[in-house]
Write a protein that binds this ligand. Structure first.
Ligand code: ATP
Ligand code: MG
Length: 328
């Protein structure tokens, strides 16, 4: 049994008198101790998918289909009280832009302490205080800095503090939404190294959301590529993105375009290719493949029939008509 199982999940937002489907029949698994990356350009539904797991979607959102099971608990339809017991202790979330969400007028150690006591009503004060220092140490913040205010921390340190807070109640799954965006490259590398090491030291599964392929490559065993609310490809990161000296085996033209749009620091110095056009409007029905309008290989069938999801190799799938037998 996987730690996290999402089946056929759809998330709709009410907008004006209509609605917009941000996540459309998405299914995925995360195994214990595994790190999975979700990648895709802005607005493709990454955050909506991530927020639906701990049921933290905004008020105008609705889960219109599907199921989410975390360690055998079905989360869709669960009461707020039950969800509150699982949030933080089973699944913790580091929000997009979280490092700016620390309370500016409260010392960092106090904020983490409150995260512990708010979720573990019976926590012993002395033990909880000790745990705050351990957590800060775990994320590489010296206990000497524990009594700092957030503005006394760099962006990287604030993000570490947020990760420490997320780990306060020993979750088995950490969802990190764009954990390195807005950080300088050195801090980015440190946060990614931290996430990788926490996976092992804390026996943590990680679901990392990012538009940055190199960040996913550094941390994640598997990659899931989203486009306009659907999964277009997923597989082992090394296979889909390639590893040093070996070519990427991305099968979907969108994944190939994402890789082409990404500067390769280790390879030949070639100019990254842009990806012209925009994703489709999610508030309107979309016929066929959602990427067809931007796809250099689009065929007539692509604009009419939704592509089936096909197996490329063990654990590697993609949804593209080009991969169907007989496609020319
Ligand atoms: N609260 C909301 N109300 C209405 N529409 C929303 C809301 N939040 C997100 N959306 C829409 O849902 C779609 C998916 O948005 P989401 O934030 O999940 O994408 P994302 O992949 O996380 O993007 P980014 O990379 O910019 O963070 C977009 O079309 C977005 O405009
Ligand atoms: Mg987002």
């Amino acid at each position: 049994m996987s730690l996290l199982e999402i089946d056929n999940l759809s998330v709709d937002y009410r907008v004006g008198s209509g609605s917009l489907r941000a996540v459309d029949h998405v299914s995925l698994r995360v195994e214990p101790g595994e790190a999975v990356g979700i990648v895709g350009e802005s607005g493709c539904g990454k955050t909506s998918l991530g927020l639906s797991i701990p049921m933290l979607l905004p008020g105008n959102a609705e889960i219109s289909s599907g199921s989410i099971t975390l360690a055998d608990h079905e989360l869709v339809g669960m009461s707020e009280d039950q969800l509150n017991q699982l949030r933080w202790s089973a699944v913790a979330f580091v929000f997009q832009g979280a490092m700016n969400a620390l309370n500016p007028v409260q010392r960092v150690d106090r904020q983490i302490l409150e995260a512990i006591t708010a979720h573990e009503a019976k926590a012993d004060k002395h033990e909880a205080t000790e745990r705050v220092l351990q957590l800060l140490d775990l994320v590489g913040i010296s206990p000497a800095r524990a009594k700092s205010f957030p503005h006394e921390f760099s962006g990287g340190m604030r993000q570490r503090a947020m990760i420490a807070m997320a780990l306060a109640c020993r979750p088995s799954l950490l969802i990190a939404d764009e954990p390195t965006t807005a950080l300088d490259v050195i801090s980015q590398a440190q946060i990614l190294a931290l996430l990788s090491s926490l996976r092992r030291s804390e026996d943590l599964s990680v679901l990392m959301i990012s538009h940055d392929l190199s960040a996913i490559k550094r941390v994640c065993d598997r990659i899931i590529v989203m486009y306009a609310g659907v999964i277009v490809e997923s597989g082992r990161t090394e296979e889909v993105l390639g590893r040093r000296g070996e070519p990427a085996q991305a099968a979907h033209p969108y994944t190939q375009a994402l890789i082409g749009a990404h500067p390769d620091l280790h390879g030949e110095r070639v100019l990254a290719q842009g990806l012209p056009g925009h994703p489709p409007d999610l508030s309107k029905p979309i016929a066929g493949c959602r990427f067809a309008d931007r796809c250099p290989y689009a065929m007539p069938v692509c604009r009419e029939v939704v592509p089936p999801t096909l197996a490329i190799s063990a654990g590697h799938i993609a949804a593209c008509h080009l991969l169907s037998k007989g496609a020319s």
